[in-house]
Ligand binder design. Structure first.
Ligand code: KG4
Ligand code: ZN
Length: 355
């Protein structure tokens, strides 16, 4: 069973982990959220600088917690795509330097493959292919997984990712950044059925709808209109903005849309297992609704453990162990890429680096 040090710096979390196959020996995450919150979103230059400052200390911590010395590792891995270029470079250069110094294998990992693998840190998956709903700050995708590295995208968002929609609506409601947890907290005391909101269907040019695709821009606009209308009433002496009801109604619609289209896709495609991963998978209403619907429809379901939904290095370590066990590693010359579809993740293990 391979033992891997994994590093993750693709966005605003600096993370390190030591993973042995699917067992996390140590995992730490240093979040920069508080700093970016002042700007209402991630500032790339600040992110890179903070990763440079944080990463050496995080590596020391996981080595100390796990009791595994760097010399005992089989490989060092880093997220290399997709993400913010400057941020990705921090983990990539650090991992390649350590691999070179200690004579270890190096693996560049696709961030979304990491999210897909996060579910393996929980209960084992039923055998056979599965449908994964991957919902994060940058992606909303329905991916058929037939085995390690065998991915087919069956659905996607045509505009904002689900997490992005949470972040933007939270800003609209004055709830701060990151929006997902803030909306979830505000929604707890709200009436989720007070405001009817659109389901965001994506039309086909030839008529009808794409059955497994998503759109959150109409929902965002509907929230804006609703808030403006309520503010006008408020100016005339009406009640103050019902933030809890607005947040709960928004959260309900997003969860319903995600779960409905995922279940429909799984059933249509004959896939018996539905998997939920990514930062938005931390949302309790979404987790609960997915469980309820899967039970009703007779589907198996798995949800990534709460601690491994938002960005972390343990999931990157699991992805790296899977590739390493298949006899793969990356050339040390491999760089980073801001964009790269998940289906191309296998290119990270080609002898000639593609970037
Ligand atoms: O996976 P992740 O940590 O980073 C990316 O790869 O993008 O996802 C971050 C996203 C943010 O948009 C954040 O608002 C959202 O996940 N998020 C949540 C919750 N926790 C984080 N959204 C809804 N409910 C939550 N509890
Ligand atoms: Zn992520």
């Amino acid at each position: 069973m391979p033992t891997v040090l994994a590093l993750e710096t693709s966005c605003d979390e600096s993370a390190a982990a030591i993973v042995r196959d699917r067992t996390v020996l140590a995992s730490v995450v240093a979040s920069q959220v508080a700093e970016h919150a002042r700007w209402g979103g991630v500032v790339p230059e600040i992110a890179s600088r903070r990763h440079v400052e944080a990463l050496p200390g995080l590596i020391d911590q996981v080595v100390a917690h796990s009791g595994v010395a760097l010399a005992q590792l089989d490989a060092v891995a880093a997220t290399v795509a997709p993400g913010l270029n400057g941020a990705l470079l921090v983990a990539s250069v650090t991992a390649r330097t350590l691999a070179r110094l200690y004579g270890k294998s190096y693996l560049g990992v696709h961030h979304l493959e990491g999210h897909l693998c996060s579910v393996q840190l929980g209960e084992p998956l039923p055998p056979g292919p599965s449908l994964v709903l991957l919902v994060s700050g940058g992606h909303t995708e329905l991916v058929r997984v037939d085995g390690p590295g065998c991915y087919q995208r069956l659905g996607r968002s045509h505009d904002d990712a689900a997490g992005e929609a949470f972040d933007k609506v939270a800003r609209l409601l004055g709830l701060g950044y990151p929006g997902g947890p803030a909306i979830e907290r505000a929604a707890a005391a709200g009436d989720a059925f007070r405001f009817p909101l659109p389901q965001g269907r994506v039309s086909r040019p030839e008529g009808g709808y794409y059955p497994y695709d998503f759109s959150f821009s109409g929902l965002k606009t509907a929230m804006l209109r609703q808030v403006r209308a309520l503010e006008a009433v408020q100016a005339d002496g009406g009640e103050c903005l019902p933030v809890a009801d607005l947040a709960a109604s928004f959260e309900r619609v997003v969860a319903e849309v995600l779960v409905e289209r995922s279940c429909r896709c799984a059933t249509d495609q004959g896939l018996e297992t539905l998997v939920l991963v990514g930062g938005v998978a931390a949302n309790r209403r979404l987790r609960g609704l997915l469980e309820e619907r899967c039970r009703r429809e007779g589907l198996h379901w798995r949800v990534a453990p709460l601690a491994y939904c938002t960005d972390n290095a343990a999931m990157i370590g699991v992805a790296a162990c899977e590739r390493l066990s298949a006899g793969l590693c990356s050339p040390l010359e491999l760089g980073v890429a801001a964009r790269m579809p998940l289906e191309q993740a296998g290119r990270l293990y080609a002898p000639e680096p593609s970037f």
